[in-house]
Ligand binder design. Structure first.
Ligand code: PGA
Length: 894
């Protein structure tokens, strides 16, 4: 731990103590310390005594303990975030041309230079890059926004402390501000009382787009330009290689609240936000660019664009008169006026025309020998922003479940008298029916078909979405992203969407199958090939410039087949899918549906990129950014910038080693790795399919409470009625395992698979050790698992297990022991995470206080199970608070 982090933690702890002494119940600090001490002793003597102590506490004391300890974690999380920033800044100061900062854009470009890649080839790599992180409203951020804002303010104060240095008065002022923020955190409810609405989710994600993302993305483009100049002596116009997408307001899968109206609202709010941000920027430029035509001549192009006749209707006559000597300001005034009008009327201004006007301003400055002012005034940034964000900020994807499409298509086909019972058709029959239906609709023209009578609400709302898309396309086609089909199983899934688009006269969008079960991933290459040879779908792909996007689901495949099998299948599917695309002459982009935890495809994004099979790379990538991951990565502009530069760094390097022939994977490894995946899945499914399993899971885990957490608009299950393993969504599934500290989705199955393979033949151990050293995929698989295992805590998990009618503890812990042994053997470590001391240490330091939260939760769950309805109602908010507390301690939810 650095001295600064140590100092910050000490200061925050002193502030917390003083806040507890002032606002908490009498003796609160001692109560917390007492519990911590008991739990520390629990490490050696077991948690029996601590549990007895907890059982004797009244509900109010439990609530207070949870609040105090949660607050302690929130403060620690902020201090650790500042420590990360500090390390980055230090590395930036120490960086030189020959030794650029690690994982920076400069490092990637310098490596290409060192490898002798020619400048033209580097430019081509940059031109190909297409990185599109996608914000979603997945329910994994358990903190309220008001808490997030206060925590962010604390982080900013900690940074300020570094900046004020030894100035005692300034330090005292900042410390007092932190003190006040901690007091406010203490008196604020940890859990919101109402579920979030879709509108709030849209506003929430816009906050990150308009703040950190808005400023971090142009910085990346600037970094690339600078690095090119530094290492290759030329500064190209860097293409907008990073752009954002959003699902918020468009992801309808399992969320009935995302109506067509909400989709319209999302598009409107994004447009309004973008126009508003440009207007702010133009207001700044207006203040700065006071160039007078009495001091310098007006460049002809600018002069021509502000002749009075052209400004009529946009700039009032008095303003034209007032600014007659300041042509830049006059032009900017016109641009602002068009921006305001464009919110309602797309013909007032387009993103392309806006960019053209910005370019005119920049070129005029250059013509006046004031080229430096383009950057200094912020004009260069706003030009980059206009290229990246357009007038839509982030293109909106639509996602819906294949079963919903099937239902709606069935209703339409029956109303059109094409097919009375579509649902009963076999997959092989459906394509033919859909192809002729599409032909029939297309023959009637490109407008929407009259809506038949008697359609269900579901159908009407889905058709309403297409209508919204039609309107949106008229306004700004750049605002439309892809159409994603959850649980895609076959050709009919994509044809159904094509049919619906035709029926609704909707604009053509990329149609994206999402493969997310083990069976679908296994068959994905064949499924895609079948899609690409289907003449109707093929024609659609042609119309999209021979382009196909493919989404891969990490969590559902993990929930279905366990960690190892899902990771391996996702890896190999990418190679196979890429091959199919190449064989069919189609460009492709993978879209990775990843969550924050390892069980949902989490882990470091840059490592994940470098671990992809080289033959699956296309220079293009999308990935979801969700919940707590969004708050971690995008609350501070500097952390957002770091995240983006790591992504860009990895993509540049990955792209320089891509293509069908480049492969780092030892081909001979496949059968062995296949066996590992299959065996791990068997062991995982034996656990999940055990007849006692689901009852046990419901009895011992906080799944019921997680399901009721008011943290997002969408329900925990797609189906109404009773929740069971099959219909439970992946997030609450992983969330529950994380809270219980078993972390099963991040490692289970690995133990048996590895140990059996090692026991089978001596040389297998050395093969696996070699893979770990040389094969990025395998190393990431093992490292992510060991991190999840290090974050697990079996003595605590045992306390949860003890509440069940049966116990599955021995089974899970046996598998855990086998996995640990095997990992240590393969990696040559003495303990888990010896290769990452910083995280290892942070986990150790967190464990004590997390134990207290876990034991309090175990006790609350017991009371909840035994209580009547009235008691449960009082216990519920405290249980929610315990879930938030553990999420803060683990820095992840589900
Ligand atoms: P989904 O996402 O349930 O919305 O498909 C799962 C996840 O992100 O873990």
């Amino acid at each position: 731990m650095s001295d600064e982090l140590h100092r910050d933690l000490g200061m925050l702890s002193a502030i917390l103590t003083s806040v507890l002494d002032r606002l908490g119940p009498p003796g609160q600090t001692q109560a917390v310390e007492g519990m911590l001490e008991l739990c520390r002793r629990g490490e050696t003597i077991g948690f029996g005594e601590a549990r007895e102590q907890v059982a004797a506490l009244d509900l109010e004391s439990i609530r207070e303990l949870i609040k105090s300890i949660t607050l302690r974690f929130h403060l620690r999380n902020q201090a650790e975030k500042v420590a990360i920033l500090r390390i980055n800044r230090r590395r930036q100061r120490e960086a030189t041309e020959f030794q650029p900062r690690r994982e920076s854009v400069a490092e990637a470009i310098s490596q290409l230079k060192a490898r002798g890649v020619a400048v033209g080839a580097v430019r081509r790599i940059l031109d190909r890059l297409d990185i599109q992180p996608t914000l979603t409203a997945h329910p994994t951020e358990s903190r309220r926004r008001t808490l997030l804002r206060k925590q962010r303010a604390i982080t900013e104060r900690l940074i300020e402390l570094d900046e004020v240095g030894p100035d005692v008065a300034a330090r005292r002022r900042v410390e007092e501000e932190i003190h006040q923020l901690v007091m406010l955190l203490y008196v604020t409810d940890e859990v919101r009382s109402e579920r979030l609405g879709v509108l709030e989710e849209i506003e929430g994600s816009l906050y990150f787009l308009t703040e950190s993302i808005w400023s971090a993305v142009p910085r990346i483009l600037h970094d690339v330009g600078l690095a090119m100049e530094q290492y290759f002596g030329e500064r190209p116009l860097v293409p907008p290689l990073v752009r954002y997408r959003t699902w918020v307001g468009g992801d309808r899968d399992g969320n009935p609240l995302v109506s067509a109206g909400m989709t319209r609202e999302s598009l409107r709010l994004h447009r309004r936000a973008a126009l508003g941000r440009y207007d702010d920027k133009l207001a700044d430029l207006m203040r700065l660019l006071s160039l007078s035509n009495r001091r310098v001549r007006t460049p002809p192009a600018l002069a021509a664009s502000v002749v009075p006749g052209r400004l009529t209707g946009w700039v009032a006559e008095e303003s034209v008169l007032r600014l007659r000597h300041e042509p830049f300001r006059l032009k900017i005034l016109e641009m602002r006026s068009r921006l305001v009008a464009a919110e309602e009327d797309p013909s007032a201004y387009s993103a392309a025309a806006f960019l053209k006007d910005l370019t005119l301003l920049a070129e005029s400055l250059v013509a006046l020998n004031l080229g430096e002012i383009v950057r200094a005034s912020g004009l260069a940034d706003v030009m980059a922003q206009a290229r990246i964000f357009g007038f839509h900020f982030a293109a909106l994807d639509i996602r819906q479940h294949s079963a919903v499409h099937e239902q709606v298509v069935g209703e339409l086909l029956s109303a059109m008298q094409v097919c009375p019972d579509y649902a009963s058709l076999e997959e092989s029959e459906r394509s033919g029916v859909l192809a002729s239906a599409i032909e029939q609709v297309s023959a009637c023209g490109s407008g929407p078909m009259p809506t038949p009578d008697g359609l269900s609400e579901t159908s009407l709302d889905l058709l309403g979405v297409f209508e919204v898309l039609r309107e949106a396309a008229r306004q700004d086609v750049g605002a439309l992203g892809s159409y994603i089909i959850s649980m895609a199983h076959g050709v009919s899934d994509v044809l159904e969407v094509l049919f619906l688009m035709r029926v609704a006269g909707a604009p053509v969008m990329d149609i994206v199958p999402l493969f997310e079960t083990i069976d679908d991933l296994t068959a994905s290459a064949d499924l895609l090939a079948a899609m690409l040879i289907d003449p109707v779908y093929r024609a659609h792909v042609e119309s999209r410039g021979r382009f196909q996007e493919i989404m891969l689901g990490y969590s559902d495949s993990n929930k279905d087949g366990g960690y190892v099998m899902s990771s391996w299948l996702l890896h190999t599917a990418q190679s196979r899918l890429a091959r199919v695309c190449r064989e069919h002459g189609v460009e492709f982009r993978f879209f990775h549906g990843r969550g924050g935890t390892v069980g949902r495809g989490g882990g470091r994004s840059n490592r994940a990129i470098l671990a992809t099979p080289p033959d699956s790379r296309s220079g293009r990538i999308r990935m979801t950014e969700q919940g707590e991951v969004i708050s971690f990565r995008y609350t501070l502009a500097d952390i957002a910038h770091r995240h983006l530069e790591q992504l860009t760094h990895a993509m540049i390097l990955a792209e320089s080693e891509s293509g069908p022939v480049a492969t780092a994977r030892p081909v001979a490894s496949e059968p062995l790795m296949d066996r590992l995946g299959r065996r791990a899945m068997e062991v995982y499914r034996e656990l999940i399919d055990d007849p006692a399993f689901w009852t046990w899971f419901v009895e011992v885990s906080p799944i019921a409470q997680i399901s009721a957490l008011p943290i997002a608009s969408r329900p925990v299950s797609r189906a109404s009625g009773a929740v069971h393993f099959e219909n439970l969504r992946a997030i609450p599934w992983v969330f529950s395992w994380t809270q219980m500290r078993f972390n099963v989705p991040g490692w289970y199955g690995l133990g048996s698979a590895l140990s059996e393979i090692i026991a089978e033949r001596e040389e297998h151990a050395s093969t696996l050790a070699k893979w770990y050293q040389e094969w990025e995929f395998f190393r990431t698989l093992i490292d992510n698992a060991q991190q999840e295992m290090a974050r697990a805590r079996l003595p605590i998990a045992q306390c949860y297990d003890a509440a069940g009618g049966t116990s599955l503890f021995d089974r899970i812990s046996g598998e855990f022991d086998r996995a640990r042994e095997a990992i240590l053997q393969i990696t040559g470590q003495h303990a888990l995470l010896d290769n990452n001391r910083v995280i290892q240490r942070s986990i150790e330091e967190r464990n004590g206080a997390t134990d207290v939260l876990n034991l309090l939760q175990v006790e609350l769950l017991r009371r909840f199970r035994e209580g009547d309805e009235l008691q449960r109602a009082t216990l519920r908010p405290v249980l929610f608070a315990s879930i938030n507390g553990i999420a803060a301690a683990m820095q992840s939810t589900g």
